[in-house]
Write a protein that binds this ligand. Sequence first.
Ligand code: UDP
Length: 364
Amino acid sequence: MFKILLLSTSVGSLGSGQGGGVELTVQNLAQELCRRGHHIKVVAPAGSWLNGVEVITIGGNLQVPVQTQSRDMPIYMPDNGVLANMWEYARQVQLEYDLVVNFAFDWLPFYLTPFFETTIAHFISMGSMTTASDRIMEQVIDQYPGTFGVYTKSQADTFSFGDECEILSSAIDIALYEFNNAPQDCLAWLGRIAPEKALEDAVAAINITDTPLKIFGKIQDEEYWQKICRDFPDAPIEYQGFLDTKKLQKELGQCRGLLMTPRWIEAFGNVAIEALACGVPIIAYRRGGPAEIVQHDRTGFLVEPDSITGLVEAIKQINKLDRAACRRQAESEYSLEALGDRFEAWFQKLVINDHKIQNLTIQS
Ligand code: UDP
């Protein structure tokens, strides 16, 4: 059994939605590792909460999400930053743990890696974003091979060191999601409302087919959302707010399909496996994580990226898909047990290698 300290994203508190899918990954991984008897603590910004896992909350100003910045932006560090405060805490307690795991996509934890005595594993939750973060990651993986994990191969391929990453995929607690075989005549769009997610494409498509669209998620960019409302004043859309998993899965299950229209290379797309678990097929652009998840013609349709016409054609055929097949795919490929096996095997390698290094140092 290992003692592991997980450091969450510092762009928002756990449960706020600001951190996107990585919040769910931290929850699910921590819960599954605890169930297996590991000693787990999670460090996260003030206001965070997790189901059944101990969280140490730390104050300070939130980090700005890196995807809102341009490629050549310098590193951003706010005064009294929560990221720096969380890593100061980790520095103080590190010797009580076998492993520290970083979930923040920020420069600082990579930079700090050589200064820590306890091994740091980095779970990278997005594709390549800025030159400065790419560079520090390249330096760290060079010095500490095997310490990077990612969601998918498409995501890994955005980095020069992609082949050296552990592909860990994602998972959900299937028991929390109810299968619904009697949907209403509407579609869903789900996620952070921000430009990289290109909600406008989904709205443009349903505006043509005149299919009601329910939108769930955190409005991360208010101006962007207002522009969509202005550009499509008569589209049959309904904003439902940011819902917790219990409410979300109930509402999502009532939809005929999920539209996923990200403009960027989506690292995974946790909303896809949540939809599958409810029996909801997916219409997604053939790019990034969703293209690795959706089984074309079986659990969804993969459409030419950025093609509204492609979305429209797929929407017309959504009823052909078997909702039970969607649920089965979620059960067989995205269980918490499978996620726990993959992470445990990765951590085992890191902790054992680390002990080898320590023994060698003592002997010499
Ligand atoms: N989400 C939620 N409630 C909502 C809408 C979204 O809890 O009303 C969560 C959803 O469950 C998922 C996350 O937001 O875990 C979005 O993650 P995803 O991996 O799809 O995209 P990211 O935001 O990480 O780019």
